[in-house]
Design a protein around this ligand. Sequence first.
Ligand SMILES: Cc1cc2nc3c(=O)[nH]c(=O)nc-3n(C[C@H](O)[C@H](O)[C@H](O)COP(=O)(O)OP(=O)(O)OC[C@H]3O[C@@H](n4cnc5c(N)ncnc54)[C@H](O)[C@@H]3O)c2cc1C
Length: 480
Amino acid sequence: MKRRDSFKKLTKEDVDFFRSVVSSSGVIEDADDLEHFNHDWMRKYRGQSKLVLKPSTTEQVSKILAYCNKERLAVVPQGGNTGLVGGSVPVFDEIIVSMGNMNSVRSFDEVSGALVCDAGSILEVLDKYLEERGYIMPLDLGAKGSCHIGGNVSTNAGGLRLLRYGSLHGTVLGLEVVLPDGTILDNLSTLRKDNTGFDLKQLFIGSEGTLGIVTGVSILAPKRSKAINVALLGLDTFDQVQAAFKRSKEELSEILSAFEFWDHGAIGLVKEHLAVGANDPLQSTYPFYVLIETSGSNKEHDDEKLGAYLEGLMTEGVVQDGVVAQDTTQIQKLWAIREGIPEACSKAGAIFKYDISMPVPVLYEAVQDMRSHLESLNAIGKGKPFTSVIGYGHVGDGNLHLNVAAKDYSKEATAMIEPYVFEWTAKHSGSISAEHGLGISKNNHLHYSKSQPMIELMKQFKNMIDPQGIMNPYKYLPNK
Ligand SMILES: Cc1cc2nc3c(=O)[nH]c(=O)nc-3n(C[C@H](O)[C@H](O)[C@H](O)COP(=O)(O)OP(=O)(O)OC[C@H]3O[C@@H](n4cnc5c(N)ncnc54)[C@H](O)[C@@H]3O)c2cc1C
């Protein structure tokens, strides 16, 4: 890829201007300090930015973008930098606008549950804030300790609670966004119903920093459930996983809040690389594992329902083994296994991550077919380019995380799995990105999930809002 000639290179005068806007403490130029911002969580992508800006107010963001737009300086918005598609780091020397200093709760309505906060607020901090008030964030993910709500909105993050509370397209009530020319679009509504004009916030949810910088978020928090149960099950086949899921919708219905699965390879990596691997309470190992969570308002009622459901599964041989957590510590220990899988994968070498959605019946075929494909190329096993193919994900949302562990991120290795994986997904009417987004790893493959007229319309929107193309360039939309 070539740096776009139309972008100006940073000068001392530019840095002096930014210093006058955000003060010296919000300007990072030191090479060692820049390091952390220039590479992504997977250490797969690396930029060469010479400048990180850390604004503290929306007005500062506005001044920064207005200047960058006028001077044609390219910009990458960065939240917690936990994104998994290379969207949060520069490709060349783009200026990084890090949102970490904008992290306050602006208001919370204890009647409606509407929370209004700065975009740089850390997801887990917000969840703790709400917990003290009897509420819960409608989303949760393994990266909660680092990711920002602004990053979540910008990637339209899914995660572990989507089954229950739906996507951010439903729970976000309003946004404050700074457009590339510095205009502040103040739409921090706390209304649930508002049918006046185009719903502009939806355009920014999942736009990965390509249309502007999200500075404020208004989101509807549900009441925190009083009764939480978590069960871990061991199963022999993916058909059994599906049978357990189908029955959970029938028998646990309104109290079902998560239905996650992982395979034998995933638990193997967690046990090999993480201390939480010791949390597995099951006596034997199984080809598949399911974590079920219920949340309701009446413990006795929920216990009874979950007990009857599990008994039915055991009696009919749908599950081979299972445990129900007895207290909060055990609940956390079971969740830690599931949440540890991405980290365990990242320790297994170079990881090619695919985040695909498709009809549940073919969900695990993606893993099996990828394995067979690599076997047919004689490319998997000891001393070969790939070491393992594992699958885990959100069964309830038809979302598979297909991870292929490799020796390195070489072009040769990439060519063995791409476009194979995208063609497979398109053939099965799936999406090549269920929740992680496109960034720089999937942007050129967008046509596998969206038609040409749709891509053209997206490009028109981008050109209308960001005519100089300064916002997160080279990513999201196809470069070709
Ligand atoms: C261990 C682990 C588990 C994960 N689990 C899940 C999961 O279950 N579900 C899921 O969906 N994702 C998951 N992710 C991916 C990632 O955490 C999410 O994409 C998250 O929403 C990114 O938030 P962030 O603040 O780190 O954003 P970043 O990584 O900093 O940025 C992501 C993108 O959003 C843009 N951006 C960030 N902030 C702003 C802003 N304020 N305004 C405009 N653009 C902005 C960036 O430019 C970039 O394109 C996981 C990641 C890890 C490491």
